[in-house]
Design a protein around this ligand. Sequence first.
Ligand code: COA
Length: 347
Amino acid sequence: MATKNPIIKDAPNSVVRSIGVIGTGRALPQKVFKNDEFVNLGLDTSDEWIVERTGIKQRYIAKEECASDLAIAAANKAILNAKIDKSEIDCIVVATTSPDYPLFPSVGCLVQSGLGLTDIPAFDLSAACTGFIYAMEVATSMMRNGTYRKVLVIGVDTLSKYCDWKDRSVVILFGDGAGAVVLGGVEDGYGLLASQLGAKGKDWEKLVVPIGGAKEPLTAENISSPDRYIKMDGKAVYKFAVNIIVDVIEKALEKANLKKEDISFFIPHQANKRIIEYAREKLGLSTEQVYVNIDTYGNTSAASIAIAMDEAAEKGLLKNGDIIVTVGFGAGLTYGTNILKWYSSKK
Ligand code: COA
């Protein structure tokens, strides 16, 4: 059995004031898909165009895997990394918009079963690419009064299954994957310091899967329609992202009584390297202070920030006491940021 994490306060029902990441994990599908393979499939695109306009060189595509398979694998790694026994997990929150089944059960319940756990609450949260940011705030709020003490937060998506593989403007962007964290009590003053969440529902049409839901169910007539896949106004989403990112981070920094200069490390949603670069400049950060892995994974939607956090932690880029800013944006249109003071038990 894993040794217990020494930082967690286990007194029953005591209030845990500081809640932070005590373990991280990630999982990717088997299949790597390089830009050139789109050309081989007959799409009018090129590796040069994709790299230049997005920064993406390859992505992982779920062929056999579903969201729950990736989520369970990432969760197991995060639990191992947290050095806790999985029986200590008392709630599971999964951010996803591409679950195994169209309505139910939730991926959360499939993860609970896959981990061999029972009875603890498990549910999905739908905020598209901002899902992980929303889930961190929801989980932390559930933990603050002491009801839940170790919560598994997972971001997972398999949006390649919802792309029209004939639509070069969308399919080249997305990849599949999962990232997970275990949240637990940490030393006072560490952990999640502030979040700022938001949405512009009036712009929902900018990023939408038009048919296949209750509004317009799939029928024999529309089953081949491209409208059953992701439709995106790429330019509008781009503009939305660059307009919102810095604003939402500034609001959260103010809540946490911090300034831009206090940011140690920035983990943005990996949607487009040009958007990341714009945000980096506006925040006055060096390239070393920003995590970028879009070249390897593409846009993994709700998984992107969690995957990046796991990689950055693994590489030793997140140091004890560092101020880590994460930011996400996506369909809804949703946006949000979490500001964390990183707690590392390996101080
Ligand atoms: N390969 C080659 N050409 C492509 C292409 C591709 N994969 N996709 C689009 N094009 C073409 C367009 O058809 C257009 O041609 P035209 O000028 O003849 O009409 C041209 O490239 C320019 O298209 P445009 O849409 O202006 O490109 P862009 O620079 O805005 O880049 C995106 C397109 C999608 C990469 C960019 O808008 C973007 O990243 N937006 C944000 C999307 C996003 O992040 N979504 C997820 C949010 S979580």
